[in-house]
Design a protein around this ligand. Structure first.
Ligand code: NAD
Length: 369
């Protein structure tokens, strides 16, 4: 049995609480003899700043670089609001994304049957929803140069951000999209603004060319990103994989997230390039939510997003898709049985805390083993 090196970065606030439940799931896999994990743990965010004066230490960066996958909790909180900008908690996460060159951000939006009522859309529009937004994460307008505000000297200022993409950046994210689609419903919708942006035109051309280069078995469609936003709330189930750039992906993935009801339910993955020898991609898995200072330390946090992020790790880093599916089914079954943390509480359901939700998911996993 292969041994996978996992580097855990629980972070701040509810991060360590929800990570505690992932540790139990990892232990369950070890006890069952399904997989073997070598665990190490580091500090990130405010916790790292308190210990080392940096949002992540060089030593922990080295461990992150050497790991097969990083499982990340959440960072930040009012305690660190006043610290220097380059040492703020989020800087640790941004450094990890940058140094590991994690260019592909996967945000699934899944509506568990038991929670279809929690969406802001009508139940029939979201029930059974299972889509994946793939956002380009290291290029585009958030990083393009020039990026500046200049003083025009007449009481006016001028702000410039630069949207820039090169062929290789679009090609590699398109390949990830097609490969992911093959493990799902085999459909990709690419979104850009080719009608008004040169970068959109290039995006469209490159995605089309990459599709012809070995991915013609995958159904490809194109949509303007604004129309895509509209379609996401009109009829979200029409999509399988949506691939888009950094800016549109930021917005569209948040729209898709809200279709599912609660922040505490949403996992994510960020993947980098595949190693030339092993084929293994650098990878970081994290819940979409933050450190939730308002409920931190109270045992109330919903651990589902964090546990579902670990399921993504099993699927995308370790090729254990079947076991990932079992973890996701265990989550769905615990919800079906009426277990709810406060953030997803509904009348008539059984309100539980972080650990009890972990208990319920592990009990369901046991029945699926
Ligand atoms: P947040 O996601 O931490 O919380 C928003 C709301 O959702 C809060 O009411 C919170 O209690 C609730 N919530 C979030 N996750 C939950 C869970 N698992 N279970 C139950 N309820 C949950 O966002 P925020 O309040 O805007 O930010 C708080 C801190 O987190 C800030 O310092 C922010 O910078 C940081 N943050 C970090 C990340 C990250 O680490 N990736 C992401 C977003 C925000």
């Amino acid at each position: 049995m292969a041994t996978y090196k996992l580097f855990l970065l629980p972070g701040d606030g509810i991060g360590p609480e929800v990570m505690g439940q992932v540790r139990r799931v990892i232990q369950w896999f070890q006890d069952k003899g399904v997989a073997s994990f070598e665990l190490d743990e580091g500090l990130v965010g405010g916790a790292a700043y308190d210990a080392h004066g940096e949002s992540i230490s060089e030593d922990d960066m080295k461990k992150a670089m050497a790991a097969d996958a990083i499982i990340f909790g959440a960072v930040g909180g009012p305690k660190w609001d006043g610290i220097p900008y380059d040492k703020r908690p989020e800087a640790g996460l941004l450094r990890l994304r940058k140094d590991l060159a994690l260019y592909a951000n996967l945000r699934p939006a899944i509506v568990y049957p038991a929670l279809a009522d929690a969406s802001s859309l009508k139940k029939e529009l979201v029930e059974g929803l299972d889509i994946l937004i793939l956002r380009e994460l290291t290029g585009g307008v958030y990083f393009g140069e020039p990026k500046e505000i200049t003083d025009l000297g007449n009481g006016q200022q001028r702000a410039v951000d630069t949207q820039v993409y090169e062929t290789y950046e679009i090609d590699r994210i398109a390949r990830v999209a097609f490969e992911l689609a093959r493990t799902r419903d085999n459909r990709v919708c690419s979104m850009e603004k080719r009608n008004v942006m040169k970068s959109g035109l290039l995006w469209n051309q490159v995605v089309t060319a990459t599709h012809k280069d070995g991915y013609q078995d995958v159904e490809l469609s194109h949509m303007l990103a604004d129309a895509g936003g509209m379609q996401l709330v009109r009829n979200p189930k029409q999509f399988d994989v949506i691939v888009t750039d950094n800016l549109f992906g930021d917005i569209l993935s948040d729209v898709a997230a809200m279709l599912t009801g609660s922040l505490g339910m949403l996992p994510s993955a960020s993947l980098g390039a595949a190693d030339e020898k092993t084929g293994v991609r650098k990878a970081l898995y994290e819940p979409v939510h933050g450190s939730a200072p308002d409920i931190a330390g109270k045992g109330l946090a919903n651990p589902i997003a964090m546990i579902a992020s670990f399921a993504m790790c099993l699927r995308y880093s370790f090729g254990m898709g079947e076991w990932a599916g079992k973890v996701e089914t265990a989550i769905a079954n615990a919800l079906d049985k009426g277990y709810r943390t406060g953030d997803i509480m509904q009348p008539g359901m059984k309100q539980v805390g972080t650990v009890e939700m972990g208990d319920a998911i592990l009990a369901e996993l046991e029945t699926l083993a």
